[in-house]
Design a protein around this ligand. Structure first.
Ligand code: ANZ
Ligand code: ZN
Length: 819
């Protein structure tokens, strides 16, 4: 017998697949479509890591399984190839990021092929290639035309070490998502995408995604942060202005004792004019402009503020209340102003205590009276007091009653706010998609006409690691205005790379289109992605942005799907010795070494078998060895029985009990594996049931029916095909089949084979036939007696009689003697 030689086999079949274009997308429209997608890799200089191996193994099992089940499958791959790490690495090495990135793309693609992934490489998408990014620019212009891309000066998040701005989603706990540096604030003119226009639809859409993990949907819900409440208008007679505040608690309106504006609020300069501390206050305002949201609102940050000296008029009582400014009020949430209700809001309570502002209770808990002075804010429910015509109302009810009343009075009304902010997409870096805009002194901001795309990244740039390299290319910067033909300047910022990945899954459906980003019919043919596999770390980044893009494209009539990903499989991490496998921890196992030593099939099998896909997976050398041994065992079993495979028939009648049992196990396994892969994504239990079948085969006596053994072995090879694609091809060939196992039909279980062996027996009373029963062939005499006596009909006949004797003749009859 030939030894199992993984290297030889894997090379052989990978070449075969390529020669026969086996992974080219099947366009047979009579088959149902299935789009399975793994998040595309970032081509860093390190090649594949085990996390990649895990995602790609999962995706490949699904793709191969669906193909064998008669689907036409779209299973594409590409590279998320723009981004700062490549730019930094290239600067270090003194080469252009393009060179560096193309090299890495090639490398990772090769390594993915070594894993045996069934990708349609003809649809490869590299986001840094001009034939892709020209359409990223095209889409930017679409957003611009639809009023969804705009430029404004804003206080933005700036990472001093990446030397670029960041979107809100890219600031985690006040730090840069990429490098972990403290983020600071800067005033800059930047491009934004109006994702806030889609806040409600992004929220509602989450309810249409039952196959997404709850955790990710909750994170998106929280990020969107819908908050229902009311705006309340206060007038400020001294400056002849009105200011609205946003509150979720209009029921506490009579408890307002002061108002607070964000320091950046545009009215502040007027309000503090003439204040004896004016210059000190101005300094405070400048500091606040530079500080981040976290620095201002974290619970352990001390509340700090100034009395402006101006007064506002309460809209319902007409009382004068002081106007303050304070760190804890944010300019870009709600209206940038709040009404202070210290009796019922914790932050206001702390602030009022510190600055000796009055505290007025307007909600009393049911059947109780709060002891005053309060020692803390009462934030619970109760009934209104000291609230004029609203006294006695339950406060929950008063929320709408008072909001409605304000509306009648023209002093405000119900509103809904969202935490979600517009998406800041300008980046002051080179290695990204250039924003296709031109600035002309006469015409202002002018979009580059679509037929002039792409705006290509120039090569004559200087990388000094400090300023944006694009500004150093005269040829790039200086251009002519598309409208008036006069001298003009190009936008030098590039786009956030999350834009590139917001639409790549649609490009795959029509990857070679040179006219438009994609053809609608082609996109509709495949979308939404049926199963999307990737890491959970993109919960509010990529996964939110992609949903936003799809909705905009839907509105533009370019796709029919409103959601891009029907089902989401967020795979767990690969751990070693309990912590995440990572270069910095020095606990990395190299996929290439594992593939070299054991083969891709072993690596795949181990990774799929060791844990359910959503869970973390602990790397185990012993586990890898175990998978390797299992593969060799299957190899031997097939080779040992090579002679069997000439006969294609399976005997199903008149076979021995042992043969029936093996057949039952075979069909039970087919049924189980089909459900575990097809309906549950439980790849690990699918593998373990095939292992049980292999055990059954190993202990099957040599003297028993051979055709049943042949069927069992063929089933093993078919069921394992999605997991260990090379081994299965080789063994399929050994079994004498021509053509690839991956186009063979997935086995179907025979329901009749699942039935345990049973016989019919006669039940007699005093020798007279009374009833027929079906019992398991293996049932014991005692079991048969119990079943017979418990039978309803027999019971009714012997109920008033005494049972004297029961005679059991197995597989034939039971005679109950009564007297
Ligand atoms: C008065 C009040 C009384 C409030 C009360 C709460 C309890 P969410 O759920 O986050 O939307 N607020 C409004 N705008 C703010 C801003 N720009 N910066 C800081 N705080 C702001 O919370 C809304 C509540 O947060 C609002 O309701 C307001 O305080 C405060 F017993 O108004 B509330
Ligand atoms: Zn012009």
């Amino acid at each position: 017998m030939k030894e199992y030689a993984h290297r030889e086999i894997e090379t052989k079949w990978q070449a075969y697949w390529e020669e026969n274009a086996l992974h080219q997308t099947d366009e047979d429209q009579t088959k149902p479509s299935y789009y399975v997608l793994e998040q595309f890799p970032y081509p860093s200089g390190d090649g594949l890591h085990m996390g990649h191996v895990r995602v790609y193994s999962i995706g490949d099992v699904i793709a191969r399984f669906r193909k064998m089940n008669g689907y036409r499958v779209l299973h594409p791959m590409g590279a998320d190839a723009f981004g700062l790490p490549a730019e930094n690495a290239a600067i270090q090495r003194g080469i252009n990021p393009r060179e560096w990135t193309l090299q890495n793309m090639e490398r990772i693609r090769k390594e993915q092929s070594l894993l045996g992934g069934s990708y349609d490489w003809d649809r490869y998408v590299g986001t840094c290639l001009p034939d892709y990014y020209r359409f990223t620019q095209w889409l930017f212009l679409l957003f611009y035309e639809r009023g969804l891309a705009y430029r404004k000066e804003a206080s933005v998040n700036w990472c001093p070490s990446c030397n670029t701005v960041l979107a809100n989603e890219q600031v985690e706990d006040g730090k840069c998502w990429r490098c972990g540096s403290e983020v600071i604030k800067k005033e800059l003119v930047q491009w934004f995408l109006r994702i806030t226009d889609y806040a409600e639809r992004l929220l509602e859409g989450l309810d249409t995604l039952p196959k997404w993990p709850d955790k990710i949907r909750t994170m998106q819900r929280n990020w969107i942060g819908k908050s229902k409440g009311a705006n309340v208008t206060f007038s400020i007679p001294s400056v002849g202005e009105e200011v609205s505040v946003f509150t979720t608690r209009p029921d506490t309106l009579y408890g307002v004792t002061y108002m607070v504006l964000a320091p950046e609020h545009p009215l502040v300069p007027k309000l503090i004019a003439g204040n004896e501390k004016e210059s000190e206050i101005n300094e405070f305002i400048q500091n606040m402009r530079k500080s981040t949201e976290l620095e201002r609102t974290a619970t352990d940050v001390e509340k700090f503020g100034y009395d402006t000296g101006s007064k506002a008029i309460h809209p319902l009582t007409g009382e004068e209340i002081p106007i303050w400014i304070a760190n804890y009020v944010l300019f870009d949430y709600g209206t940038g102003a709040v009404m202070g209700v210290p009796a019922h809001d914790e932050r206001d309570f702390v602030f009022a205590q510190k600055y000796d502002l009055s505290i007025k209770v307007v909600v009393q808990p049911n059947g109780e009276t709060l002891a005053e002075p309060l020692t803390e804010a009462f934030t619970g429910d109760g009934n209104l007091v000291s609230s004029d015509i609203f006294n006695g109302l339950a406060n929950r009810e008063a929320i709408t009653t008072i909001a409605d009343y304000l509306e009648e009075q023209g002093k405000g009304g119900s509103v809904t706010n969202y935490r979600l902010r517009d998406w800041l997409i300008s980046r002051q870096r080179y290695w990204g998609t250039p924003i296709p805009m031109i600035y002309c002194d006469d015409c202002g901001a002018v979009p580059v006409p679509k037929d002039q795309l792409p705006v290509v990244l120039p090569e004559d740039v200087v990388f000094d690691g400090k300023s944006n390299p694009l500004t150093t290319s005269e040829n790039f910067v200086n251009t002519t205005c598309p409208t008036c033909g006069g001298a003009a300047r190009r936008e030098t910022d590039t786009m956030d790379t999350f834009i590139d990945s917001s639409w790549y899954y649609i490009r795959y459906t029509d990857a070679k289109n040179e006219e438009i980003p994609f053809d609608k019919a082609k996109a509709d043919d495949w979308l939404p992605v049926k199963e999307y596999i990737g890491g959970i770390e993109h919960a509010v980044l990529h996964l939110l942005y992609s949903r936003f893009f799809t909705k905009v494209l839907y509105d533009a009539g370019m796709v029919s799907a409103e959601e891009p990903f029907e089902s989401l499989l967020a795979q767990g991490m690969v751990l070693r010795d309990g912590s995440k496998m990572s270069k910095s921890k020095g606990n990395v196992v190299s996929p290439l070494e594992i593939i070299e030593k054991y083969g891709a099939d072993t690596a795949r099998l181990f990774i799929l078998f060791a844990a359910p896909p959503e869970r973390d997976l602990e790397w185990s050398d012993a586990g890898v060895e175990g998978s390797y041994r299992f593969i060799k065992r299957v190899w031997r079993l097939v080779h040992d029985n090579k002679a069997l495979f000439a006969n294609k028939e399976t005997t199903t009648t008149d076979i021995s009990a042992a043969a029936k049992e093996l057949r039952r196990l075979t069909h039970q396994t087919i049924q189980k594996v089909t459900v575990e892969i097809g309906e549950r994504n439980h790849f690990n239990t699918a593998v373990s049931s095939v292992m049980e079948l292999v055990n059954g085969i190993s202990s099957y006596p040599a003297t028993e029916d051979r055709t049943v053994l042949r069927e069992a072995l063929e089933s093993v090879v078919l069921l394992l095909a999605p997991f260990v694609p090379h081994l299965s091809e080789e063994l399929w060939e050994v079994m004498g089949h021509t053509g690839t196992v991956h186009l063979a039909a997935w086995p179907k279980y025979d329901p009749a084979a699942l039935v345990q062996d049973e016989v019919e027996i006669m039940v007699q009373i005093n020798g007279k036939n009374r009833e027929k029963l079906v019992v398991a062939t293996k049932a014991t005499k005692e079991e048969i007696e119990t079943i017979a006596i418990a039978n309803e009909k027999i019971q009714s006949l012997i109920i008033d009689k005494k049972v004297r004797k029961v005679i059991v003749v197995p597989k034939k009859l039971v005679n109950i003697v009564v007297g």
